[in-house]
Design a protein around this ligand. Structure first.
Ligand SMILES: C[S@@+](CC[C@H](N)C(=O)[O-])C[C@H]1O[C@@H](n2cnc3c(N)ncnc32)[C@H](O)[C@@H]1O
Length: 208
């Protein structure tokens, strides 16, 4: 497989990323549509889902990524492994969640190490906006979960606070960070962070 040069960041507010993705041909990608669907938002090269889809063949997975070349490569790798419970789409999650997912269709959502956009004037580019949280409150079924991770404390706090503020979500740990990753399948960014000896801030919220 050839290695594609990919921009490190794209601006999700740019006009070219505002068209919602709709009409995914679900039966074409998933062998068993009855399996619970899990979403990884900002999946980058998709390695985390590639691993998790093999650990949990009884779940379905959808990765959403705004940098298109990464999605093409991820789907090629998926095909090579012959996985029928995993697909990746090129989309801006902030523009596409409601068109992509039916109400109550999601069993779980992962948002891991989203770009921190440190400068104050760029905070509006951050993935976890109140509108995205409200969309997920509609799309995640009762009893479903959201797993959040970041290596940036303020980002982790902001993400967790935005979900905790939405009445449909509860934080069973009441503001405590999880010590370890309950999935036991790390993301690429998580591996890098831990190898540097840096902390990871994790929350697991439940959709009531
Ligand atoms: C720092 S990377 C983390 C990747 C991976 N989750 C991990 O933990 O290794 C954040 C990813 O989110 C993607 N992203 C940022 N905003 C997005 C959006 N609005 N919709 C979809 N993907 C987005 C970026 O392109 C990037 O690949």
């Amino acid at each position: 497989m050839t290695t594609v040069r990919v921009r490190q960041h794209v601006n999700p507010l740019s006009q070219k990323y505002q068209t919602p993705l709709a009409g995914l041909n679900w039966p074409h990608y998933y062998a068993n549509l009855q399996q619970p669907l899990h979403l990884d938002i900002g999946c980058a090269r998709g390695k985390f889902l590639l691993d998790l889809a093999q650990v949990h063949p009884e779940w379905n997975f959808l990765g959403i990524e705004i940098r298109e070349p990464l999605v093409e490569q991820a789907n090629l790798l998926r095909d090579r492994l012959g996985l029928t419970n995993l697909h990746y789409v090129f989309a801006n999650a902030n523009a596409s969640l409601r068109s992509l997912c039916e109400p109550g269709s999601l069993a779980g959502v992962f948002i891991q190490f989203p770009d921190p956009w440190f400068k104050r004037r760029q905070h509006k580019r951050r993935l976890v906006q109140p509108e995205l949280v409200a969309d997920l409150a509609v799309c995640i079924r009762s009893g479903g979960f959201v797993f959040l991770q970041s290596d940036v404390l303020k980002m982790a706090q902001q993400m967790r606070d935005r979900f905790a503020k939405q009445p449909e979500f509860v934080d069973p740990a009441i503001g405590q960070w999880l010590e370890t990753n309950p999935l036991n399948v790390p993301t690429e960014r998580e591996i890098f962070t831990l190898e540097q000896g840096q902390p990871v801030y994790r929350s697991w919220l439940i959709r009531n």
